[in-house]
Structure formats: C-alpha cells, structure tokens
Design a protein around this ligand. Structure first.
Ligand code: GLU
Length: 315
C-alpha cells in the first residue's frame, strides 16, 4: 500500500441519510482529497437490528446525487475489501482471538440489566461497567452464562494505572478521558458473537490503511476506547477530526429529525443538489469550485468551525 493519506466515511445504514451525515461525508472526502489521498466508503451494517432494509442502496444514491464519488467502496471495489462490515466477521473474530491470546480481554456473563443494577445508573444514562467479571475464572463465567442460556460478551481489560487518553482533535477541542474510570472495561464482542462498534472500527480502519478519521462529534467519546485498542494491537492510531453536528433551527440534533432533513426528502421538495452542496461547503468553510474534488484543493479541515451549525432551509 502506498503512503498516500487514506480517509473514510463509515455510515450505519439505519435510516435516511440526513444533512448532518452528508456534511460529515463531505468533510472527510474534502480533507483526504485536499492531501492528495483516497476516500473510502465503508458500510457499517454489523448490527442487524439497526440496519433498515434498502437503506444502504438509498444512502449510496443520496451521496452520489450530492456529487460524491468514492475511490473505493462496496459498489466500486478496491484492494482492501470487502467494504461492508457484515462480510468481515472473520476478521473481527481473529482480532478477538489475538487479544484473548494476549490476556487483553475476558468473558463477561452480565446482562444489560445486571450492569444497570450494579451501577445504579439513572435511567437513560449509559452505566459504567464495574468490572464485575474481570477477576473471575473465565471457564466459570462461560459455564455460568451457559447455565442461564446465554453466551458471554468479551470485554477489553483496561489498565487503571494508565494515564488518561488525550485526543488531539483536528476540529474539536482536545478531549481527555480515563477509560477505566469513566467507561470501565468495554465490550469488544457481544454475547451474540457480533463484534462491537469499537472493535470493528479499529480492525477495519487498520486493515484499510486509514490514516485520518473524520467523523461526527457524537463519536468523540468513543475515540479513547479505540486508542486503547490500537495500543493493545501494537498499531499507531490515525489522526482524528470530529466535526460538529448540524442542529435544526429549534436547536435539536438533526439525527433525531432525519425524516424531514433527509437528503431524499429535501430532493423531493425540489431542493437542488447544487444548492445543498453549496450550503454544505459554505458551512465547512470551503469554496465551491464546481466539483467536490476541485473544491478540495484549498480545503483545510483544521479551519472547520468547532461550533455546531444551524440548518438553514432553502429559500
Ligand atoms: N457507523 C458510525 C455512524 O454511522 C460511524 C463510525 C465512524 O465513523 O467511526 O455513526
């Protein structure tokens, strides 16, 4: 593989692509193209419950309508495919096996309810895992789960002596998190043998040679976990840029209102691709030079405003 930068957009096809995700897609493409690199599209369709039927095809069509064309992806192929996570399960399993062989993960028999009860977290707040199964004999934990008719999840063993992880972000302010205190040992493989987002994203970004991650601000709090996984695997992490969310004019996150702010819905209301592209480029501080590849020439991800942007409906 060459040393040219590689970036990616990695959407979960859980519904209609909305303005906020389209903006993130554009930011990641412009950033890596501005450095002469390649932009990869990876479909994060691991979680069958979240994947909406037909959403992948609709999402790709929306991105193309906006004028985005990826250098590698599920429909165009490339050297490091497959580009859809559901076709990559064996890779996650072998990463888990290797973490197991190095004692970096352990089995956990706790259900979600067990964890909520142990943590006494208020409803709706992600509970901190109190490392309940960490020091138990793995064989006993596995047998216990089996007796309850369940599988075990596998958790990454965080090191309480490790200094907090500091993320130097190219857009957002530096972010510090002590994963062992603030998150606890986290799941890398779920009890239904589906890899967690944290493991899958690291395995794939590494295998695909990703050198820069540009994604939504809502994922910043996941990044320290991923940094710990890179360190455990002995690989260096990519650079990070978490771009701010797009808010509706009522201040609510667009993700929650993706029906009305969906790209397809806007298109049906007569909004043109040119207008939307212009709005998105302007919101990222980029000059519209006709095509997106041309607009990338003088784009600088570090100049993106870290404050959330408010969606302005077309005139
Ligand atoms: N699949 C994630 C999402 O749609 C993005 C993952 C990433 O960019 O790391 O929110």
């Amino acid at each position: 593989m060459s040393f040219a930068p590689r970036g990616r957009f990695a959407p979960t096809p859980s519904g209609a692509l909305h303005v906020g995700s389209a903006r993130t897609a554009l930011a990641s493409a412009l950033s890596v193209w501005s450095a002469g690199g390649r932009w990869i599209l990876r479909v994060e369709d691991l979680d069958a419950v979240r994947v909406a039927p037909g959403a992948t095809a609709a999402m790709l069509a929306d991105l193309r309508w906006l004028g985005l064309d990826w250098d590698e992806g599920p429909d165009v192929g490339g050297p490091v495919g497959p580009y859809a996570q559901r076709d990559r399960a064996a890779r996650y399993q072998s990463a888990l096996d290797s973490l197991r062989a190095h004692g970096q993960v352990y089995p956990c028999a706790c259900s979600r309810r067990d964890i909520e009860l142990a943590a006494q977290a208020p409803h709706g707040v992600e509970p901190i895992y109190l490392n309940t199964c960490r020091d138990h004999d793995p064989a006993v934990v596995i047998a216990h789960a089996r007796s309850l008719g369940r599988g075990v999840s596998w958790r990454f063993r965080t090191d309480p002596a490790r200094p907090p992880v500091v993320i130097f972000d190219r857009v957002s302010a530096a972010f510090t998190q002590c994963v062992s205190d603030e998150v606890g040992d986290f799941v890398v493989m779920r009890a239904d043998s589906v890899a967690s987002y944290q493991l899958a994203v690291v395995v794939d970004d590494l295998a695909m040679g990703i050198t820069e991650v540009v994604r939504g601000y809502d994922l910043l709090a996941s990044t320290p976990r991923q940094v710990l996984l890179y360190a455990a695997i002995g690989a260096s992490a990519p650079t990070w840029a978490h771009v701010p969310l797009v808010l509706g004019d009522d201040g609510a996150r667009l993700a929650k209102r993706s029906g009305s702010m969906g790209i397809a819905a806007l298109r049906e209301r007569g909004v043109s691709a040119e207008w939307l592209r212009g709005w998105l480029l302007e919101s990222l501080g980029a000059r519209d030079r006709g095509s997106l590849r041309a607009s990338a020439v003088d784009f600088d991800i570090m100049s993106v405003d870290p404050a959330p942007v408010v969606w302005r409906a077309p005139p």
